[in-house]
Design a protein around this ligand. Structure first.
Ligand code: SF4
Length: 285
């Protein structure tokens, strides 16, 4: 658990409709998970065969879709290079060529090389040694490696290390913003802190699995329903949790000329999105 300002103390989280929950009632974020889980079932994340593969995927998925990451990982596997020694002994050019489908392949090759170098030289090539210790300390250890930012570090912590460290991404921001659970300009650390403080309705040992599936559920609903340009609220499991003013009314749904799915649009978001938000959102369209 990282040390951050408490969500309830943050005016940026409170001012955009972060309503106080009634005493004894589940937190809206906990209700959201129950609705998503009931609709989708468990998501079984992270799709990987080993903790090392999780770490490689977490670096490769920066600014690209998971489909592209799968193609890059498949090429590494086919070349017999999806291992610490396999990547360590590759030249940057050869590694970049193998991971080309993941996009930004020169940058990602440098990041992957540096991650593997630290892993090998400082932790004997062992992911479990790299990720051993208090969550806060391990997170700082990861963030000190070139090319590993908060989302990548939290993905490694949660899915490779079994730490209770919530992962925030552009889908989280979009969904939470539309439901009034955070302000568009809330920072990564504020959103992470909000989730970690609000989603403790499980025993501590169950939090990594809970938060891991929670993030996966948000990604699924972000891809399927909560799209940037045209959220499909009418048949979304989270529709009951929309603020009343933003909830599509009966009869408000429209049918697209060639589509079969009933759709409903949302009133415009309030407040200007930040540059980060726009950049991240653009990647998800
Ligand atoms: S599609 Fe609509 S109801 Fe579903 S998560 Fe997005 S804003 Fe909420």
């Amino acid at each position: 658990m990282t040390a951050h300002a408490k969500p309830a103390d943050s005016p940026r989280l409170r001012s955009q409709g972060g309503r106080a929950k009634k005493p004894g009632s589940p937190h809206p974020l906990a209700k959201a998970y129950d609705l998503l889980f009931a609709a989708h079932g468990p998501q079984h994340w992270w799709p990987a065969d080993s903790p090392f593969e999780v770490c490689v995927g977490a670096i490769l998925t920066q600014n690209t879709s998971w489909t592209n990451v799968e193609r890059a990982i498949s090429r590494l596997k086919s070349a017999g290079r999806l291992s610490v020694s396999g990547i360590y002994s590759l030249s940057p050019t050869a590694l970049a060529e193998l991971i080309r489908p993941a996009g930004y392949f020169n940058v990602k090759a440098r990041r992957l090389s540096e991650f593997v170098r630290v892993l090998r030289e400082d932790f004997g090539g062992s992911v479990s040694r790299l990720l051993a210790g208090r969550t806060h300390d391990v997170r700082n250890r990861l963030l000190a490696i070139h090319g590993i930012g908060p989302e990548t570090a939290d993905s490694m912590l949660l899915y490779a290390g079994g730490h209770a460290s919530f992962v925030v991404d552009a889908y989280t921001r979009r969904i939470f913003g539309r439901h009034g659970w955070c302000a568009p300009q809330a920072s990564y650390e504020e959103l992470k802190s909000l989730c970690e403080a609000s989603l403790k309705n499980r025993p501590p040992q169950e939090l990594p699995a809970y938060w891991g599936d929670y993030h996966a559920q948000l990604v699924r609903i972000g891809k399927l329903r909560c799209r940037q340009a045209e959220p499909l609220c009418a048949d979304c499991p989270l529709r009951p949790l929309l603020p009343k003013a933003r909830r599509p009314q009966a009869g408000h749904a429209v049918r697209r000329p060639r589509g079969q799915v009933a759709r409903a649009t949302l009133p415009a978001m309030t407040g200007p999105p930040t540059a980060d938000f726009i950049r991240a959102d653009a990647l998800l369209r």
